[in-house]
Structures are given as structure tokens and as C-alpha cells.
Design a protein around this ligand. Structure first.
Ligand SMILES: Cc1cc2nc3c(=O)[nH]c(=O)nc-3n(C[C@H](O)[C@H](O)[C@H](O)COP(=O)(O)OP(=O)(O)OC[C@H]3O[C@@H](n4cnc5c(N)ncnc54)[C@H](O)[C@@H]3O)c2cc1C
Length: 477
């Protein structure tokens, strides 16, 4: 069977869907391909199921740990298997609405099941089908990295795929204990979630701190908060060996700052990062250039070195300042469709990409860190305030956290913001929108903020450039 399309896409995740929908809007035909589950990582095993269960864990935890004197702790009964089942329902409903129904309603878009492989620059083979594409988009995403650890092949382990539905990787029972190797955002989100459901969680991180690429204040604040609520975080811990200790237990041997330490748990989770799905898909055959880690190299129009082959989403890693996150892939998928099919020649703008870690409190960042601004040769000033300066935080007993603002000292333009606070994921949009329009410190100070809100943290951090933020009246004036 041979099928001709204007755009053939390797993958069916959020990047692929956005590109296919825009192609159809342009009156063109598009084919997506999928070797696992329609919709890709975000809807099936990433954003959606994790955020669903993280919120359930927060409700359980808050009930047991009320922040207010006068509220008694309540041990909420929960059925983990039922929580997993409702997570599956949410995923299925969402997949139906946002993915399957689009295919039903649009005859210009088709999906082919199976592993897609490029045969030449215009031909993709998927199972028995051969797809001919005038233009090709590589949107194959990433998968968990499995590091080389002595004994790992001989023990069962989980990865960030543990939230998937209907696949063998799914975790359906609540473990008593869990060792997580790695302390990136997925490890921290899932680690806190399982801890809140009652699992004894240990997070092992080989760096000196968790989240080393974030502001040090973020890393310190989140480490303090997670440890305070009982998550065990061990830094400078290099895992050297894993072995089955008993039928139900895995022993993890580590070198912690030069000393051997062992940790035992019912479940082992490997969360040491992700790698691109670019092997075995014919990219080498057609001469598409990859970087040394296997990510696809693209120019700022998302075109590879082969003119009719484009790439977007997680598979391009951090090239052209991209970030592996769903909205970035979806945004860029649209640009690929416009550039590939409509000659738009639109350049991506990745200067302002807000990002969130859905721990509680959340971490949200946008723009550059202090170190990055200095590294770019800009004279900078940065102000960090503890959350206790924010009236809302004090009023609701949520004072653990920080807000940091980084500016170009010469122009006073805001270059970066980092927040650790409840609802940081919402608040960060004010900073992001401001930065999109090159807002200066004064813009954050002059804007009247709703009192009392967490967003006032931005205004107070900005004010700290001029005066002591501990001595402000109500409403940060
Ligand atoms: C636990 C977890 C939580 C996350 N939480 C968030 C969050 O809260 N917010 C956020 O923005 N991002 C989050 N992410 C990241 C987000 O899921 C990704 O950034 C996003 O899914 C990337 O979309 P994509 O389309 O580029 O790739 P994917 O969604 O990974 O889609 C690629 C698809 O291509 C398929 N594929 C690969 N190779 C082939 C082939 N040769 N042939 C056919 N099909 C192929 C794969 O099976 C996959 O379905 C999370 C990720 C994880 C793992």
C-alpha cells in the first residue's frame, strides 16, 4: 500500500498533532505514525496522569497535615487501585477529546500504527505501508535513559513510564518503599507524590544539589521543603550496584561523598533523564545531522540539514534554546506546518518559555538564571525574597519558598524569574508576559497587584532593588 501526503510525521504526540491540525487547516494532507499509543507521552504517561495523581496526593496530605491551628489532622482513606482506575478514565476521556475526535472529524489527517522508518528523504515505511511525504516532520520525542549500573539488568525497575495505562510499565499498587535514582523534575514530582500517599521515598542524586541547572535558591528551598515533609534526599550519591535483596526488596549500593551506603526498597525507579528516539529510524540513511547525544539539529525555522525534513518537540532537545515541554512542541509543530507547507519561513522565538515543576509548592521559572545572565556578559542585579514577605503566604501559613528576580542592571529589564511557592505555575505567567514585552523592574513595581495574592511576590522582589522588602506597608507600597 502506498500513500501520498503533503506532510508525513514520525510520531503522534502533541508536537505531531499540532502540526497535523495546522496542515489540515492549510488544506493539506498529513499522516502521523505511532508505535506505542496515540497522543504520545504527555497525555498517556506524562503531564496528564502525573498532574491528576499529584493533586489527589495533595488532598490526602493536606488533610493529614493541616496548616491551621484549630484544624485536626484527618487520615483520609483512599484506595490506590481506584485512584489508578480514575486516572485511566481521565486519560481516556482527554485522549478521546483532544486526539481521537480530531482524527474522526478531519479526513485530511490519518494515523498509521507501527514503527516508522525513513527509507529516503521522502519515503517512510510503517509496517506494511509506505508513505510518501512531500515534507517530513520528525517528532518522535524521548524515552527514559537507562544508565549502566552493575546489576540493573537482573532486577525489576520502574521508570517515568510508571504512570502509563495498559502497558506493562504501569505501577498499579502503592509500594511501601521506593528508591528513586535521579532528582530531576520527574523524580521530584513523583517522589513527593508517592511520599504523600504513604510510600517511604529516598531520592538519590549524584550532583551536590537537586536541580543543579536552576537558581541555587530554588534548589535550596525545594530541598528544605521536601526534607521537612519527610522525603529523604541524598546528594553526591553515585549508585554503584543494585541487587535483589529478597523476593520483595532491592538493595541499592551507593558511594555517598566517598563512603559506601546502601538503601533498600520495594521498588526501584530509574529517573536519570531522557534520551531522544532518533535511533533506528533511518535518519542516518538520509543524512540528517544529530548532535552527540542524538538530538536532531535544526535551524531557527525548525528545518534539519535535509531541506524537506523538519524536527520539533522533545526530539530537538535544547537546540535553538528549546525546552522539552508539551506547549513548546505544540507551538513549534504549528510553525513546522506553516514553514514546510505554506512557505512561511517563520522563526521560532524561544526567549520566553515559562516552565513549572509540579511539586507542592510548585517551582516556576522563566528566562535566564543569575549565572546565565552574568555568563552572557550582562551586568546584573538579582533580588531574592523569602515567601514570608508575601502577605498571602503569611495569611495562609505557607511561608516556605522564595521569589527571585534577575535584571540587567544597565537597562533594568527583567531577564529571569524563579519562584518556589503555591500556584507558582500560575503566577509565572505574569513574569513571562512582562518579559515578552521586555518589561523593566519598574513595570512590576508600578502595576497594581491584587492583595493578598502570591503574585505580589513579583512586585516585592522587584521593590527589593530599592528598599528593604521587610519594611513595606500592606500591598507592597
Ligand atoms: C512523567 C512526565 C511528566 C511530564 N509532565 C509534564 C508537564 O506537566 N508539562 C509539560 O509541559 N510537559 C511534561 N512532560 C513532558 C512532555 O510529556 C513532553 O515534553 C511532550 O510529550 C513532548 O511531546 P512530543 O510530541 O515532542 O513527543 P512525545 O509526546 O513523546 O511523542 C512522540 C511519539 O512518537 C512515538 N514514536 C517514537 N518513535 C517512533 C517511530 N519510529 N515510529 C512511530 N512512532 C514513534 C512515541 O511512541 C511517542 O508516542 C512530562 C513528561 C513525563 C515523562
Amino acid at each position: 500500500m502506498e500513500n501520498k501526503f503533503d506532510l508525513v510525521i514520525l510520531g503522534s504526540g502533541s508536537t505531531a498533532f499540532a502540526a497535523a491540525i495546522r496542515a489540515a487547516e492549510l488544506g493539506k494532507t498529513a499522516a502521523m505514525t505511532e508505535m506505542r499509543m496515540l497522543g504520545g507521552t504527555c497525555v498517556n504517561r506524562g503531564c496528564l496522569p502525573s498532574k491528576n495523581l499529584i493533586e489527589a496526593a495533595r488532598i490526602v496530605w493536606e488533610a493529614a497535615h493541616p496548616r491551621y491551628k484549630g484544624l485536626s489532622p484527618a487520615k483520609m482513606k483512599f484506595d490506590f487501585a481506584e485512584l489508578i482506575a480514575q486516572k485511566q478514565e481521565v486519560v481516556e476521556v482527554y485522549r478521546g477529546k483532544k486526539y481521537q475526535s480530531i482524527l474522526r472529524d478531519d479526513e485530511n489527517i490519518q494515523v498509521f500504527d507501527g514503527k516508522a522508518e525513513l527509507v529516503d528523504a521522502h519515503t517512510v515505511r510503517v509496517g506494511d505501508a509506505t508513505l510518501i511525504g512531500d515534507q517530513i516532520l520528525v517528532a518522535t520525542g524521548t524515552r527514559p535513559v537507562i544508565p549502566t549500573i552493575d546489576g540493573l539488568d537482573d532486577v525489576p525497575y520502574l521508570t517515568s513510564d510508571l504512570l502509563t495505562t495498559g502497558e506493562v510499565q504501569e505501577l498499579k499498587e502503592l509500594p511501601k518503599s521506593m528508591v528513586i535514582v535521579g532528582a530531576g523534575y520527574i523524580a521530584l514530582e513523583l517522589g513527593q507524590m508517592f511520599h504523600r500517599f504513604g510510600t517511604r521515598v529516598t531520592i538519590l542524586e549524584r550532583s551536590q544539589v537537586i536541580l543543579p541547572s536552576y537558581e541555587p535558591e530554588v534548589s535550596d528551598a525545594l530541598t528544605f521543603i521536601l526534607r521537612k515533609e519527610g522525603v529523604k534526599i541524598v546528594t553526591e550519591a553515585q549508585v554503584t550496584r543494585v541487587a535483589r535483596k529478597s523476593e520483595n526488596e532491592i538493595e541499592v549500593t551507593t558511594n555517598v561523598s566517598g563512603k559506601t551506603q546502601t538503601f533498600t526498597a520495594q521498588k526501584l525507579v530509574i529517573a536519570t533523564g531522557r534520551e531522544p528516539n532518533t535511533d533506528g529510524i533511518g535518519l542516518d540513511k538520509v543524512g540528517v545531522t544529530l548532535d552527540e547525544r542524538g538530538y536532531v539539529k535544526v535551524n531557527d525555522e525548525l528545518q534539519t540539514n535535509v531541506p524537506n525534513i523538519w524536527a520539533a518537540g522533545d526530539v530537538i532537545g535544547n537546540h535553538i534554546d528549546s525546552q522539552p515541554a508539551t506547549p513548546v512542541g505544540a507551538h513549534d509543530g504549528v510553525i513546522v506546518a506553516r514553514n514546510a507547507l505554506d512557505g512561511a519561513r517563520q522563526k521560532v522565538d524561544h526567549r520566553v518559555i515559562p516552565r513549572v515543576i509540579f511539586t507542592d509548592p510548585q517551582v516556576a521559572v522563566v528566562g535566564q538564571t543569575d549565572e546565565e545572565v552574568v555568563g552572557s556578559g550582562v551586568r546584573c542585579w538579582c533580588g531574592t525574597i523569602p515567601l514570608e514577605y508575601v502577605p498571602r503566604a503569611g495569611a495562609t501559613h505557607q511561608i516556605d519558598g522564595i521569589a527571585k528576580i534577575v535584571i540587567d542592571r544597565d537597562t533594568e529589564e527583567v531577564k529571569g524569574v524563579s519562584l518556589v511557592m503555591p500556584n507558582a505555575g500560575e503566577v509565572i505567567h505574569e513574569a513571562a508576559m512582562g518579559m515578552r514585552f521586555h518589561a523593566r523592574l519598574e513595570d512590576f513595581i508600578d502595576m497594581i497587584h491584587v492583595y493578598p495574592t502570591m503574585a505580589e511576590a513579583l512586585k516585592i522582589a522587584a521593590i527589593s532593588y530599592f528598599k528593604d522588602p521587610a519594611k513595606l506597608s500592606c500591598c507592597a507600597e
